[in-house]
Design a protein around this ligand. Structure first.
Ligand code: G3P
Ligand code: MG
Length: 256
């Protein structure tokens, strides 16, 4: 598998499966990751959080209710409290055997299929030690030999700044905070990221031109329809983040 620093410059654009193929399978589960791989997504975005006993699990929300059969805050629960919960039944009963994956389980699956990963580090909760969190996450990525194939993303730019200081070879992407009107180059100057990710609504020529002029890559979320895709193809965007990777890849292939 080529390292990300070679793969990205060689590809004008590629599709990133948002929380796995989260439009067709329960988000942040191994089923959603498998569907993204089958669809041909080159990268899968996942959200991670720490449990009270420092396990790193795939979860978007800081509470369990929306996407699992459990309740409470992940940072106050042990992994043993979480590991047997149903993480797929809320989406469709046929996925009720899905569990909340550990980061290492997701990375092993992605590595086996030579798929890149975008790990989103959620903003820390009050009193959460974000430096310890970064260390745990990077240790696992490193143990799984995925560091050269991983893009770390966050709305919490300070986490990315610290991550880059501690692991200079790690790749980082700042996610634009709603209302933050700074240009990608201004953000990159501060935190030394390689990429900027913004929402479809935030994507402007001013942003993409600035990124391009400064050698930064742009990613845009969430591109789910043909209309979204036609709109975004007018911009210089490298990573197209979608809940429906198969649909977007098929549309891209048929437009050639
Ligand atoms: O990568 C962008 C996107 O994942 C950020 O928003 O809430 O879906 O994690 P969210
Ligand atoms: Mg995310």
């Amino acid at each position: 598998m080529k390292p990300l620093r070679e793969f990205v410059p060689e590809n004008k654009r590629f599709v990133v499966a948002h929380r796995g193929s989260s439009g067709t399978a329960p988000e942040n589960t191994l089923a959603a990751i498998s569907e993204a791989i089958e669809a041909g997504a080159k990268m899968v975005e996942i959200d991670v959080r720490l449990t009270a006993d420092d396990y790193v699990v795939l979860l978007h929300d800081h509470v369990l209710g929306r996407t699992t059969s459990g309740h409470g805050k992940s940072k106050e629960l042990l992994y043993t409290d979480i590991k047997d919960l149903d993480a797929g039944g809320w989406f469709n009963e046929k996925f009720s055997n899905e569990r909340v994956p550990l980061l290492e389980q997701a990375l092993q699956l992605l590595r086996k299929h030579e798929c890149y990963v975008n790990i989103e580090i959620k903003p820390p909760q009050p009193n959460e030690n974000f430096e310890k969190r970064i260390e745990r996450i990077v240790d696992i990525v490193d143990e799984c030999k995925m560091l050269p194939n991983t893009l770390f993303g966050s709305f919490h730019h300070h986490s990315l700044k610290v991550l880059k200081q501690q692991y200079p070879s790690a790749h980082t992407a700042a996610i634009n905070l709603p209302g933050d009107n700074r240009l990608p180059s201004e953000i990159a100057q501060e935190i030394h990221c390689e990429a900027l990710v913004c929402s479809l609504r935030e994507c402007t020529h001013k942003r993409t031109n600035d990124a391009h002029a400064h050698g930064l890559y742009m990613g845009v979320y969430t591109i789910n329809t043909e209309q979204d895709l036609q709109h975004i193809l007018k911009y210089d965007v490298t990573a197209i983040v979608s809940n429906y990777p198969k649909r977007i890849i098929d549309l891209l292939n048929s437009s050639h």
